[in-house]
Structure formats: C-alpha cells, structure tokens
Design a protein around this ligand. Sequence first.
Ligand SMILES: Nc1nc2c(c(=O)[nH]1)N[C@H]1C(S)=C(S)[C@@H](COP(=O)(O)OP(=O)(O)OC[C@H]3O[C@@H](n4cnc5c(=O)[nH]c(N)nc54)[C@H](O)[C@@H]3O)O[C@H]1N2
Ligand SMILES: Nc1nc2c(c(=O)[nH]1)N[C@H]1C(S)=C(S)[C@@H](COP(=O)(O)OP(=O)(O)OC[C@H]3O[C@@H](n4cnc5c(=O)[nH]c(N)nc54)[C@H](O)[C@@H]3O)O[C@H]1N2
Ligand code: SF4
Ligand SMILES: [Mo]
Length: 694
Amino acid sequence: MTSTIVRAVCPHDCPDTCALHVTVTDGVATEVRGDPDHPTTAGVLCTKVSRYTERTYHKDRLLFPQKRVGKKGEGKFERISWDEALDTISTRLRAIADQDPEAILPYSYAGTMGLLQSDSMPHRFFHKLGASFLDRTICASAGGAGYKYTIGARIGTDTEQVQNARLIIIWGGNPIASNLHLWMRVQEAKRNGARLIAIDPYRSLTAEKCHQHIALLPGTDAALALGIMHVLIAEDLLDHDYIAEYTLGFEQLKQRVQEWTPAKVAVTCGISVEELVGLARDYGATAKRGEPALIRANYGLQRVRGGGMAVRNITCLPALVGAWRHAAGGVQLSLSDSFPKNFPALQRPDLIPPGKTPRTINMSTIGDDLLRESSPAFGPKIAALIVYNSNPVAVAPESGVVARGFAREDLFTVVLEHFQTDTADYADILLPATTQLEHTDIHSTYGHLYMMANNPAIAPLGESKPNTEIFRLIAQRMGYTDPCFFETDDEIAAQAFKQSDERAIHFDWSSLKKTGWAKLKVPDAPFAHGGFPTPSGKCEFYSAAMQKDGLDPLPTYIPPYESAASNPALAKDYPLAMISPPARNFLNSSFVNVQSLRDTEGEPHLDMHPADAAERGIAQGDAVRIFNARGSFVAMARVTDKARAGLVVGLSIWWKKFASDNKNVNEVTSQRLTDMGRAPTFYDVLVQVEKLAQ
Ligand SMILES: Nc1nc2c(c(=O)[nH]1)N[C@H]1C(S)=C(S)[C@@H](COP(=O)(O)OP(=O)(O)OC[C@H]3O[C@@H](n4cnc5c(=O)[nH]c(N)nc54)[C@H](O)[C@@H]3O)O[C@H]1N2
Ligand SMILES: Nc1nc2c(c(=O)[nH]1)N[C@H]1C(S)=C(S)[C@@H](COP(=O)(O)OP(=O)(O)OC[C@H]3O[C@@H](n4cnc5c(=O)[nH]c(N)nc54)[C@H](O)[C@@H]3O)O[C@H]1N2
Ligand code: SF4
Ligand SMILES: [Mo]
C-alpha cells in the first residue's frame, strides 16, 4: 500500500478557496484535509469538503455520455459513446451556427472557480463559434458595481489582518456558514477584545455569536448607511485629513445625508433610533481612537432592487472615518480584482469572428429569454444551450418560467455535469465531467490573496473528462485548427496570471504546482495613502461615472420592489418578506445529493416568527405552502424568533427533485434586476404562507 499527499484546491464558489491535501492510496483518494501551512486555511475545512470523497465517489456520479430518451425534464437517458455524443453536438451546433451562431448560448457559473475549467477552453470555443455572450450576473455584480463606482475595484482589507480589528461589522453575511476562515479570524479578534456587530434581518448562526445584532428590514441597508453618515457628520466623528486628501464630493455628500435623520432611518429600516446612533458612534469612535474598524460587507444585502446602491453607501464609510489607514480597517467585499488574471490569454476574445460583436444574454433572466421569439431587438431565438458549472433550473430566479424555457422541444441542450441535477433532467446530451480531484486547475480567489494550484489526485472516474478536454474535442470536431485548441491544461495554466504585473511577477506555474499556493505581492493596507483606482484617484462620494450611467451620482436609498412600505397594494395579498440565504451544509445547490449532508439539513424548511405563525394557525413542523403570483413551493415550518416578524426564511438551495412537490424556493423569486450590475433580486420578494391541508 503506497500513500501520497497531493496538493489541491477547493473549487467551490466560496471566498475561502482552501488549500487541500488529498491522501491517495493505491490510486484511490481516501481523505481530503486542509493544508495546515496555508495561512488562511490553517488545516481546517468545512464539513462539506472534509467529506469530499463522498461526493467524488458517489454512486450517482455520471460516468459516461448519455442521450435523452424520455420527455424533457423527465430525466430518462440512455448510454451512448463519446463518438456519438461529439458527433451529435458538432452536427447540431454547426447547423445552427450556419444560420446564426448567436442562437447558441453558453450558460455557466462558478460550480468550479478554476480558471481552466471555467474560463479557458470553453470561452475559446464559444468565441470562435461567434456564440452569444453570457452576462454572469447571478451572484455578485450589483455590489461589485456599487463598490467599483466608489473605490474603483474589488480590492479591500486582507483577510489575514482581520484578527487585528477592534470593531467588526458583519453586514449582510453569515460567515459561520459561508466564509468559515474569515470567521475564525473574527473570533480571534473577539478574544483580543474586538466588538462584533451583525446587520441582518435574520438571527443567523453568525448574528447569534456577535455582541450585537441589528435586525433591519431586508433591502433597507442603503438607508442605514445614510443614517450612519448623517450621525458621523453631525457629531464630527470624521477624519478630516483623509477626507480632504483622498475623497471627492464631501460637501455634496454632507448636503445629501442631511435629510437622513435618525428618526427617518429608524422608520425606513424598522429599527430603533438608539440602534442607529449607537452603531454610528461605535464606528466613528473606534476610528477616532486610532483603532481599526472593519466592515465585512457581503452578498446578502445586494440581492434586492437597491443592492448596488446599498454596497456603494457602505463603501463610503471607511473613507469618512479614515479606517483605511489601518491594515485591519476598511472594508472587504471581494478581493477578486487583486489578481492580475490574464483573460485575453485564457479566453482568447481575438477569436470572435470579425465584423459583429455577439449579443449578450443575462443569465439572471434566462427564463424569459429562453421563451423569447426572434426579433430585431433580441436577435435570434435561442436554439442551443450548453450548460456547465451551473444548475440553472434550481438556482435561477422565477423557476417556473426557467423550467418552461428548458422544456422547449425545439431547444438543443447539452449539460456537462457530475450528477443528474434538476438541469441535467432537461438535457438532450448529458456529458460526464471530472471533479477537482481528477483534473488540473489554477485558481484566483475572492476571499484571500493567494494564487492556488490544483493537481489531479486520481484518474478520471469512468469515461468522465475535464470541461477543458470536452471543449477541446468539440472544437476539433468542428474543424477548428487554431493552435490554442491544442494547448494542454498545463500550457493554459502557465498563462493564467500576467507576470508583467508586479503583483504576480513571481508567478511560475511549475513551481506553484509544487508549493500549492503563493501570495500576491500587494501592500498590507491597500488605501492607507489613497490611490483608489477610480477615475479621480479618490474615494468618490460623488461619482460622475454613475451620473453618466443614468444613476444618482450621490448615495441615496432605492426601496425594494416588493415590501410593505414600497408596495402596500401587493403586501395586502402577500404580506411576508422572504429571503433564501445559503444553508450551511450545501453550497448553492451543490452537495444537496450527498446523503449525510442532506440528512443534517433535514428537509426544505421555512423559518417564521411565532406571531406570523399563530396568525395563520401554523405550528412547528407543519407542512406549509409558500406562494405569490409567480408560483408556490412546500416546506416544513420552523416557528422561531430568529426571523423577525414579517419575514420568512427558507435556507437554500434545495434540488427540486428532493422536495415533495418537486419545487424549490425559486418558484416565488422574480426576474427583476438590481439598480446596477443587472443582478437578480432573490431577497426582494413578498409571499403569503398557509398551512397545507393534510
Ligand atoms: N455553506 C455555504 N457557503 C457558501 C455558499 C453556500 O451556499 N453554502 N454560497 C457561496 C456563495 S455563491 C456566496 S455568493 C456566498 C454568500 O454568502 P453571504 O455573503 O454570507 O450571503 P448570503 O448567504 O446570501 O446572506 C448572508 C446573510 O445576509 C442576510 N440578508 C438577507 N437579506 C439581507 C438584507 O437585505 N440586508 C442584510 N443586511 N442582510 C440580509 C441573510 O439573512 C444571511 O444571514 O457564500 C458562499 N459560501
Ligand atoms: N433563491 C436563491 N437562489 C440563489 C441564491 C440564493 O441565495 N437564493 N444564490 C445565488 C448565488 S449567490 C449563486 S452564486 C448561484 C449559484 O448557482 P450555480 O453556479 O448554478 O451553483 P451550484 O448550484 O452549486 O451548481 C453548480 C453545478 O456545477 C457542477 N460542477 C461543479 N464542478 C464542475 C466541473 O468541473 N465541471 C462541470 N461540468 N460541472 C461542475 C456541480 O455539480 C453543480 O451542479 O445561485 C443563485 N441562486
Ligand atoms: S467550501 Fe469554502 S470553507 Fe469549505 S473547503 Fe471549500 S473553500 Fe474551504
Ligand atoms: Mo454566489
């Protein structure tokens, strides 16, 4: 028996991007552990990935190509050879492309965040074909836009500094579930005497462990930030030197926030005046004392109509109090722009046929777009859909419409997957993809500052192949002869980061494969001396770019589409706000089919406040139906004051096929988009709940 340890990387859409040690014994992966030497992983993995071998060797893994034999959505398939699969795909795609290649749409997200399996050969192929572009908006583009307008790029406080902060505001995030390694450092800060405040409508696992929990109404964070600015300015808790040197538009901001009195903010956010004023004073006074105040702004607060503006307003705060002066102060939303990724080399946009830039389809409105006919404004009806690294039938909003789109008999659908997901059930051709333990990849991250290498630990199971290889083979069947379609995964990985950029000047793929990880060369405190990558080089309280894009150039509040205050007529029929943040033991819809993890989560459930439950005659454990005009789904009621009154919470994202009614929470979410970034509004939803007649 010979055992070796292979250096790998967790591929999932999680800020932590852990460094893994995979133990391989006689060709079999027997254990996956966190690398004890990698500073942010620190030898610890979440429950999901410490059971990774259960997922990789799962009895339901797709191991050979299949073609559909039943109706779309029914999930009946028959084994075929790779030859037949590749022939069918290339013949169909060629015929459609001869008419109009824009009728072909790739659909992918971050099932793996590896730059090879998500951003290289697939893009090269679709670029060469002239297929439609996909606007990858489903997660973070609203907040990303608000952040960039304000400070220029998705750069922020280094996770390795968090333990040194004295005040940590966890704003719209639940790191115990979704950012474990940041949470470990938050706890260290707490042991060192830091104060922790959670801002979240729901008493999440994380909110429960903070010193204070401010349970505002969903979608009102922008108003809360305006109120904090009002108090900071009124009480002169400001860093005047920082403001003068490194910001733009302070006088206009001062005027703007005048109307956001504590009384008005308290009503808008559904909190008390004391909570608002106390929060502003805690924040301003920490900075005044010369101590680091940190905001971890996260995704929960972006998934509403004004989600972009909410992040923008929050991002103004550190510049007002000078929190950026400290390495452990400032704000962290995402660190992804810290990495000099070489997208032109990975994705090869130069392959796009000259003449016409292909249209862009927004992944967040895939339901409506699949059902759209050809028109001069839209372009050709979508005729072929190639899905990889995503499970849109479960995760995309307004799922009833999405499923109708996928059910179109005239749509040719190819799905590359590990498992027969809700989306795979609609495939015409279903292809088996390798998992991270079976292929090579290279990663950037959005939660720390290390370039990461993933070595294959085991041979591909069955006839599965990496996404890169699948697209390489399809390209070759299509007759593409450009040398880039013959590059190996190692050759592509070697081009992933720009060595011409000083942050990655030391990047070398062959040594990264051996060490597993290497930190970018970046300063400890990114904006201690200004240097914001905005048009003005300053933190822009006033943004001319926003004005040019048709937005308010100053911080403002954009109420939700659906809330009791903004839409009382709708709230008459559907009085409860609903949010559906991630369940701890799933990763989006990944892992839902791993029995031990699903057993821990139990069944789809809905948390509701005792007062809301009593009003509807609902008791703990009752089956309830959650509905609005878009659709309905069934869950088990958990009566708890973790949800504030008027709010229901359905932790997600369940596979539809594991629910008694074959539906999930996205039946009731809408396809309306955020104020900026064209992102979905998953947490901007009104519903009614009723006890299900047995
Ligand atoms: N275990 C686990 N980890 C994950 C994921 C997973 O599915 N499972 N998903 C990964 C992905 S793709 C992402 S994007 C991140 C997401 O992870 P987070 O950034 O933590 O975001 P969410 O989980 O969407 O929401 C976090 C919290 O925001 C709260 N929230 C909802 N609406 C509002 C609001 O209007 N205002 C405020 N202030 N708070 C609100 C929710 O109640 C929730 O507790 O996590 C990643 N990590
Ligand atoms: N109601 C509601 N809906 C939401 C959210 C929410 O909070 N509430 N969150 C939203 C967010 S933040 C996100 S990011 C999206 C996430 O949505 P998705 O990006 O679709 O994420 P997953 O559901 O995890 O699906 C990823 C799929 O990729 C597959 N996969 C993984 N690795 C590979 C690979 O190497 N090759 C191939 N071919 N396939 C692979 C996995 O098996 C899995 O089925 O969901 C969004 N939807
Ligand atoms: S899901 Fe996140 S916490 Fe878990 S192993 Fe992967 S990167 Fe680490
Ligand atoms: Mo996400």
